[in-house]
Write a protein that binds this ligand. Structure first.
Ligand code: 8YV
Length: 313
């Protein structure tokens, strides 16, 4: 397979790069100085693209690669891939579901606890020597708080089962009510927000879910409400979120994702009711290795004419 051209869209994980390099003719797009020139020269040898949550295959890249057969994404989210165009052109698409579910759900719970119990702030309190001057302030209990989940897919469900263990009543919003769950369904995000103390965003990013967390939703959650986002930054109208937090109209936020990563609104840096993570939901050795194995496994299956491991299209 070493004559098959595989284009990696951006740096992701050294192990993945090494495994791809062992098997294919690997092109690293981020190392290319003149992309137009590179595509002109190599477009007929590139048969696969490997993307992730920050760079995938948009319609321009797909149009520039006439021999493209498969996009294998090192992510569960598919928002950086023009799926419509892939369908139209018969290009296969794969992602990395399941293997990252536990890590992302674990991190959602960690963010809830970090925001409510002020874990990062109290760590800073100890390190800066302030404890010697007096005890840390009281914080907010998590166990028993009502948790609303936006998107009850694999990750949403894993967050729900974890939050249940904390004695939290769980409700959710998704496009359709799920037939086989005991959790309470609300037919709109606003109703979910009105009935939740903690709102967790765990749905895929699509045109329908872009800015699904808007000012109305934020104001409905109110000054004691908390937003946790482990989905995608553009789910939330970020300037609205920032002003609500700065003005005290929202109680707190735990964010792993942002509208313009890696840029994070600086107004958030001085707020102690906010915990900011650098998009690390799936970022453990175990999970990223399993994700890389799936990316490579899907490419191998495709080029050996075997069934794909985790097909999307
Ligand atoms: C990764 C993700 O951050 O799976 C997703 O959708 O956002 C993450 O797992 C990313 O794709 C790794 O580079």
């Amino acid at each position: 397979m070493d004559s098959i051209g595989v284009l990696m869209a951006c740096p992701m994980f050294t192990y993945l790069e090494e495994e791809l390099e062992k098997r294919f003719n690997l092109f690293r797009f981020w190392k290319v100085a003149d992309r137009a020139e590179f595509l002109k020269e190599n477009c007929n040898s590139i048969r696969a693209v490997v993307g992730n949550a920050s760079a995938g295959a948009d319609s321009d890249l797909i149009n520039a690669l006439p021999k493209l057969e498969i996009v294998s994404s090192f992510s569960v989210g598919l928002d950086k891939i023009d799926l419509g165009k892939c369908r139209e052109k018969g290009i296969r698409v794969t992602n990395t579901p399941d293997v990252l579910t536990d890590d992302v759900a674990d991190l959602a719970i960690a963010l809830i606890l970090a925001v409510l119990r002020r874990i990062c702030e109290s760590d800073r309190y100890v390190r800066s020597g302030l404890w010697k001057k007096g005890d840390f302030k009281l914080t907010t209990k998590f166990s028993g708080k009502s948790v609303g989940i936006l998107g009850l897919g694999r990750i949403g469900m894993a967050i729900a089962t974890r939050a249940e263990a904390f004695g939290c009543p769980i409700s959710y919003y998704s496009r359709k009510e799920k037939p086989d769950t005991k959790y309470k369904y609300y037919p709109s995000v606003l109703e979910l927000a009105a009935n939740s103390q903690i709102l967790v965003v765990a749905c895929p990013l699509t045109e329908e879910t872009r800015h699904i967390i808007n000012r109305e939703v934020i104001d409905t959650l109110g000054p004691k409400g908390v937003i946790i986002n482990i989905g995608r930054g553009p789910h939330v109208d970020e300037p609205e979120l920032v002003s609500a937090l700065v003005e005290g109209r929202l109680g707190g936020a735990g964010l792993d994702v942002y509208e313009h990563e890696p840029h994070v609104p600086e107004e958030l840096f001085k707020l102690d009711n906010v915990v900011l993570l650098p998009h690390v939901g799936s970022g453990t050795w175990e999970t990223r290795t399993a994700m890389a194995d799936l990316v490579v496994g899907n490419l191998e299956a495709h080029f050996l004419n075997k069934p794909l491991l985790t097909p999307v299209v």
